[in-house]
Design a protein around this ligand. Structure first.
Ligand SMILES: [Zn+2]
Length: 79
């Protein structure tokens, strides 16, 4: 695991993920990543956010580290 990596966010909000981290996680150019806030920290994960229940990518709500789509939210409300 690499340590001490630092980046600056440019004026368009872009950040460079250091090569050592990309290599460690096998993240290649044009790989999809997801970002969310948890406990006041920016979390970047490999891959896309998908609904915890039905796996759709159309996410409407984040609850801690889980994501839910509108359809599943409606289904839960109807329980
Ligand atoms: Zn869903």
């Amino acid at each position: 695991m690499s340590k001490g990596n630092r980046s600056k966010i440019d004026n368009l909000g872009r950040v460079v993920v250091p090569k050592s981290i990309r290599k460690a996680l096998n993240i290649e150019s044009n790989s999809e990543i997801s970002m969310y806030v948890e406990n006041n920290k920016l979390i970047i994960t490999k891959g896309s956010q998908i609904c915890t229940i039905c796996d759709t990518k159309d996410i409407s709500l984040q609850l801690k580290n889980k994501f839910l789509c509108n359809i599943c939210i409606s289904d839960i409300k109807d329980l």
